[in-house]
Design a protein around this ligand. Structure first.
Ligand SMILES: C[S@@+](CC[C@H](N)C(=O)[O-])C[C@H]1O[C@@H](n2cnc3c(N)ncnc32)[C@H](O)[C@@H]1O
Length: 414
């Protein structure tokens, strides 16, 4: 009896300790003290949240009070939000209003972030800028040899993301030059590619959705962004639910939880029902145990499993292309997606079944043979992807080991 009470006590202490150890509170650091003061001056009431470093998710927010479903997590006054309205009221406003063709809301925010970062001590946004990440892990920022380790469909998307920022940079150069009268230094040095890449990633990984009415001085792209200092320290979990939005009565952006959270644990919100490819592309991370996980199958991989001697192959591929069945083909936790199976069924049609392709696209069964061949090929593709992933993980491990050995040797030499 005594022994069992001791064990219970130890377990309780361990649990208690673990709850403290889930995250290391860093609210005592000067940068967060300054940020909290800055937010308070703008009407933010001190909440029960503390910045902390977490083992699994990195920097995030910890609660000092247990949260129940229906509790308010955070309420950030309008004055703390950085929107295109903020940009237009700054010294950039006049230049943006005059510039033709109009810049996008995204470019306006990026320009503001770069200009304020450059202003340093003089920027009223300094306490916020000081806690923003210095670098990002979105695919656009990854080195080519790291991108090459990603699954093929993601490599393509990563290249597209890189190109997008490069094109934005090229097309914005004239606009950046037009801002020269505002700066003593050459704008070419201030608004350089790496500054734009940093600002673009800041906006893409950290903004909350807030729809603003269209303004004439901006292009037609939707103006739906707001940067939300402090609130943007909340990390994502696919397994929690929250309600979020701008409250017109309180004039604050509010997040309400639909899940429980224990005292001293990380408060997580859900950025959306995203699979890991989307999380990596948009936010630069992947979530473990993601119920929305899916594995993408590229058209090249898919077509490898079908004979080039099939006389109808070309026709089948063009049918799939025309009906948008060569992209976004996935495996989920429950097996091949309907889209993937449909593409496989079309490619598996025997010569005398070919005329049935339309019915397959509508979800009909053509023959037991066609169904079985499609499922069999799905199993083979799945096996190939598992082996390919294992190979890449091994390569990654070997690169880490080599780097580690290199660094150890260097330290020994020093
Ligand atoms: C809105 S910010 C959240 C705060 C961020 N961790 C920070 O230190 O500033 C979004 C970024 O946090 C990171 N993140 C969010 N949820 C995560 C998770 N579950 N695991 C790992 N990183 C996560 C990603 O880098 C993502 O781009």
């Amino acid at each position: 009896m005594k022994k069992s009470r001791g064990r219970t006590g130890r377990n309780r202490r361990r649990k208690h300790l673990k709850s403290f150890m889930d995250g290391v509170n860093c609210s005592h650091k000067l940068e967060y003290i300054k940020l909290k003061k800055w937010l308070k001056e703008r009407g933010f009431e001190d909440s029960n949240l503390r910045p902390a470093e977490f083992w699994e998710t990195g920097r995030g927010l910890m609660t000092t009070k247990a949260l129940q479903a229906g509790d308010l997590i955070i309420s950030l006054p309008e004055k703390c939000l950085l929107t295109t309205g903020t940009v237009l009221s700054s010294c950039l406003g006049g230049h943006i209003e005059k510039w033709k063709p109009p810049v996008s809301p995204l470019l306006a925010l990026c320009t503001f972030l770069i200009a304020e970062k450059h202003a340093g001590q003089k920027s009223p946004w300094k306490p916020y800028l000081d806690v923003l990440p210095k670098a990002y892990t979105c695919p656009a920022c990854l080195e080519p040899d790291i991108i090459n380790l990603l699954p093929k469909p993601l490599q393509k998307k990563a290249q597209e993301q890189k190109m997008l920022i490069q094109e934005l940079f090229q097309s914005s150069r004239a606009f950046f030059s037009s801002l020269q009268p505002l700066f003593a230094e050459d704008t070419g040095n201030i608004f350089n590619f790496s500054a734009l890449q940093w600002a673009w990633c800041t906006v893409n990984t950290r903004t909350i959705y807030m729809k603003h009415p269209h303004r004439e001085c901006f292009s037609l792209e939707p103006d739906v962004y707001a940067l939300a200092p402090y609130l943007d320290l909340l990390n994502h979990s696919p397994n929690v639910q929250v309600k979020a939005g701008f409250n017109e009565q309180t004039r604050s952006y509010e997040i309400w939880t639909d899940s429980q959270c224990k005292k001293y644990q990380e408060v997580l919100i859900c950025y959306g029902p995203h699979d890991n490819q989307r999380l990596l592309l948009e936010y630069g991370f992947v979530a473990t145990d993601n119920p929305h996980s899916s594995v993408y199958v590229s058209a090249d991989t898919l077509l490898k499993y079908f004979s080039p001697l099939d006389k109808q192959r070309e026709a089948k591929v063009s049918i799939l292309k025309d009906h948008d069945f060569l992209e976004n083909l996935t495996f989920g936790w429950e097996g091949p997606s309907w889209r993937l199976l449909t593409a496989l069924k079309v490619l598996s049609l025997a010569a005398d079944e070919f005329a049935c392709w339309r019915r397959i696209l509508l979800g009909d069964v053509t023959s037991a043979r066609n169904e079985q061949q499609a499922l069999g090929t799905a199993a083979k593709i799945c096996q190939f992807l598992i082996e390919e992933t294992q190979h890449v993980l091994l390569q990654g491990q070997q690169s880490c080991d080599a780097l580690w050995a290199q660094q150890t040797a260097k330290r020994t030499q020093d």
